[in-house]
Design a protein around this ligand. Structure first.
Ligand SMILES: [Mg+2]
Length: 179
């Protein structure tokens, strides 16, 4: 069985929406995902507020109740019948996220056993055939094939296999006749 490593934030969990909701609420702004084309939230928020942006990610409850990205549950369940699935999240920057992320995965992806969770720092340690991730730098030293999951910040990146959502992942990994 081939092995697929799957990132969490912006691939399974919509952390960006939660980040925007909290930032906009506290600062009386209306920043949208559309405004983040090719940019990180840090690029559009003034430097004196960057510490606040970080603070949201460090808070105890930020990762507890994130929305699940469309079709990810159904497609990942299908993939898990044909591939070995690992969830790989670079969680070390925000240690408060460990518990919430673990509970979130148990709740929304109960068919993936916790033995297949990888809470890591540098993803180049992963040994998998594929890595589905929204952050391009994780592919730079990854030995398998990187699949870039479209997110506002990576909109301008070219020269990599890109998927715009879980239906495209389904088509790539489970061509008709195989599913
Ligand atoms: Mg991510």
């Amino acid at each position: 069985m081939k092995r697929i490593a799957v990132d969490m934030d912006e691939v399974l969990a919509d952390a960006l929406s939660e980040h925007l909701t909290r930032y906009n609420r506290d600062h009386g702004e209306l920043i949208t995902k559309a405004q983040l084309h090719g940019k990180w939230l840090w690029d559009v928020v003034s430097a004196d507020r960057h510490e606040r942006l970080e603070g949201y990610l460090r808070s105890e409850d930020f990762f507890e109740d994130l929305p699940v990205l469309a079709d990810s549950q159904e497609v990942l369940q299908k993939l898990s019948e044909h591939y070995e699935i690992f969830i790989a999240t670079a969680a070390m920057e925000f240690p408060n996220s460990f518990g919430p992320k673990y509970r979130w995965l148990r709740r929304h992806f109960p068919f993936i056993p916790p033995t297949n969770y990888v809470f890591c720092g540098d993803k180049s340690i992963l040994l998998a055939d594929y890595l589905i991730d929204d952050t391009f730098r994780h592919f730079e030293r990854f030995r398998g094939k990187g699949i870039l999951f479209t997110a506002p910040h990576n909109a301008e990146i070219t020269g990599v296999h890109r998927v715009a959502g879980w239906r495209e992942i389904e088509k790539f990994f489970l061509p008709v006749g195989r599913a």
